[in-house]
Each structure stands twice: as C-alpha cells, then as structure tokens.
Design a protein around this ligand. Structure first.
Ligand code: ACO
Length: 311
C-alpha cells in the first residue's frame, strides 16, 4: 500500500501540485523539509543580530527607520517559517532547542562581523540579493506552506536589497574615505556571499533528491552563477571593484567566469569556527533565558483566562 501511496505522491509532484500538511507524504520528504525550513527559519532569526548591531548607530533618522523595519521583517520571516515547519509535525520548542544546543545549522553568512556602517549596505545588497536569488525559485517549491511563505518573504527581501544597494551607492559617490569604506565592505562580504548559496553541486549531498521532489528548483551552482552575473554590473555601476582577479566575462557561456572559492573557510564556519559563531549562539541563548519570565507570565495569564471561562 505504501508503494501505491508513493506512486500517487510522485504523480502529484510531477503535475506540480502543492503538497499540503494533511496530505500523505514520504517520511524522508517530511524530514528533509523540516531540515531545510528550520535551517531557513534559524537563519532569519540569527540574521537579525549582525544588523541589529547598527540600529543605534545608523547615521540618520531615515536610515534608522529603514534598518529597524528590515530587522523586524527578518523576525517576521523567522516566525512565518517556524509556523510552516510546525505543520510538518515538529514543535517550536524542539526547533528552538535544536538551535540553542548547537545541533541545528543556520546560514554561514551570519557568522561574520559588521564592523562599519558600510557592512549594513553590503549585507542588504549582497546577502539579501543572494537570498532573493535563492528564494524566488522557492516560491514554486512543492510544499504549500513553504511556497506561500516565500512569496511574502521575497517581496520584503526586495525592499531590503534596495535599501542596501542605496547605502552602498551613496557611500561610493561620497568622500574618498566613504568610498574606501564601501570597497572594504564589498571585499569582506563578497566571498562569504558566494559561499552562502551552499557547496558546489558536486559536494551538495541533498540537491539531487531535493530537485526530484521540487523542494529545490535550482542547484547551488546555478544560483551562484545567477547571483554573480546579476551583481557584477551593479558593482560596476557604482564604481566598486569585485575582489576577484579571475572574474572575466565569458562570451561563449554568456556568464562570468570566477575565481576559486575557499571551501575550507566555508566548512570551518559551518562547523562553528567562524569569527562570530560563539557570539551569535550566546546572544540567542541569552535572549531565550532572559525571556523565560515573559513566557511564564503569558502562560499563567492564559490559564487564568481559561479558568474564568470554565466558571
Ligand atoms: N550555511 C550553513 N550550512 C549550509 C549552507 C550555508 N550557507 N549551505 C549548505 N549548508 C549545509 C546544508 O544545510 C547541509 O547540511 P545538513 O545535511 O546538516 O542539513 C550541507 O551543508 C550540505 O549542503 P546541501 O546538500 O547543498 O544542502 P541543501 O540542499 O539544503 O542546500 C541551501 C543548501 C541552498 C542553503 C538550501 O537549504 C536552501 O535553499 N535553503 C533555504 C534558504 C535559506 O536557508 N537561506 C538562509 C539564508 S537567507 C536569509 O536568511 C536572509
């Protein structure tokens, strides 16, 4: 009977039908979605930290309002994705526990420090730019709740990308020092942004199966190439230089060739040895522990209301 169910499921995937929470699905499909969606949710929440670092120091009221809104959006994305993940039968407490005990992965990119204001520009432009390229195809992913979450998330990411690019554009046409600050941020964020899109297709353990299930609609290497091809002309437009001496337009392929990515650095960061892994983890664990009294109070209040209804 399971074989039959599996065949019907495969047929639905082939017809591009959305799979919904109460539908039958293979256990591995469920598990792999819990893995990817929860990693994605954790990334949104941890991703608030590097930028949150600059909210109090944004250079103008307008910049502060935009940054505050953006960081709040990331919180919304995280909660949205945790809810999508819960529809697969895992509890939010379990997911938090996996993050706080270091069992869960989150995006490598958020383990790098934001040392100047230009880093906020670079994150919006490059990191959110890469996130859009990764997430637009996910709007047509096969699992309904994930696909629907991605539609809204992508709209907001597009605002994030523009606010970042605008910061970089203004710094690049500012004083000599400002332009140097923008270039320095690009130098530091370029390679980690390419790594963020995941290991090469040859090294990616999940791509093949995830493409079959239409969880992933494009491979890591395809997304990386698309990101590079889109971003290089933007850097040229604002007079900044991509820190890759091997970068060269390839007429035949209609794409840029690019230099070697330092995959050792990527795996070090993924394994917890990046510049800010410990800082990010302790910030999340402290936030959870310091919020305990709020959760307890909310539960006590809810119970009191429930008691009142019963009386
Ligand atoms: N940071 C940390 N871990 C990573 C990263 C990364 N940038 N890229 C890949 N990995 C991990 C994978 O999670 C996997 O580990 P696991 O088996 O323990 O789960 C391992 O490296 C091998 O990678 P893949 O086989 O390529 O994994 P996958 O098919 O899941 O592809 C990808 C990785 C492209 C990140 C995919 O999961 C995805 O599209 N996720 C949704 C988007 C997302 O999470 N974005 C987060 C940053 S965007 C933002 O928050 C603004």
């Amino acid at each position: 009977e399971v074989k039959n169910l599996e065949r019907l499921f495969e047929d639905r995937i082939a017809r591009d039908e959305k799979i919904e929470p109460k539908d039958w699905m293979p256990e591995k499909y469920r598990q792999t979605h819990i893995r990817q969606i929860s990693q994605h949710a954790h990334s949104e929440i941890v991703g608030m930290l590097p930028e949150g670092n600059w909210i109090t120091r944004a250079p103008s009221l307008r910049r502060k309002v935009a940054l505050l809104a953006k960081v709040q959006d990331e919180a919304g994305h995280g909660l949205y994705l945790y809810s999508a993940c819960e529809t697969l039968g895992v509890s939010r407490d379990e997911l938090y526990d996996q993050l706080h005990t270091g069992k869960a992965k989150y995006s490598s990119i958020f383990n790098y420090p934001t040392i100047t204001w230009a880093d906020i520009g670079a994150i919006g432009w490059l990191v959110d730019g890469a996130a859009i390229i990764n997430q637009v195809p996910l709007c047509s992913t096969s699992y309904g709740p994930y696909a629907r979450a991605m539609i809204r998330v992508c709209k907001e990411e597009s605002f994030h990308q523009r606010q970042g690019f605008e910061i970089m554009m203004n710094l690049a046409k500012g004083s000599k020092e400002q332009k140097a600050m923008a270039q320095d941020a690009l130098n530091r964020w370029w390679w980690p942004s390419l790594m963020m899109l995941g290991p090469t297709d040859a090294e990616s353990v999940h791509t093949e199966q995830s493409m079959k299930w239409k969880l992933k609609r494009k491979t890591n290497d395809e997304l990386r190439q698309q990101f590079i091809d889109q971003t290089v002309p933007q850097a040229e437009l604002i007079g900044l230089t991509i820190p890759d001496s091997d970068l060269k337009w390839n007429e035949e392929r209609g794409s840029y060739d690019f230099g070697a990515i330092d995959w050792d650095e990527f795996w070090q960061v993924v394994k917890g040895h990046g510049p800010c892994n410990q800082e990010r983890m302790s910030a999340r664990v402290n936030a959870w522990e310091n919020g305990e009294w709020v959760r307890d109070a909310a539960m006590a209040y809810a119970e009191k209301q429930e008691d009142k209804k019963l009386k």
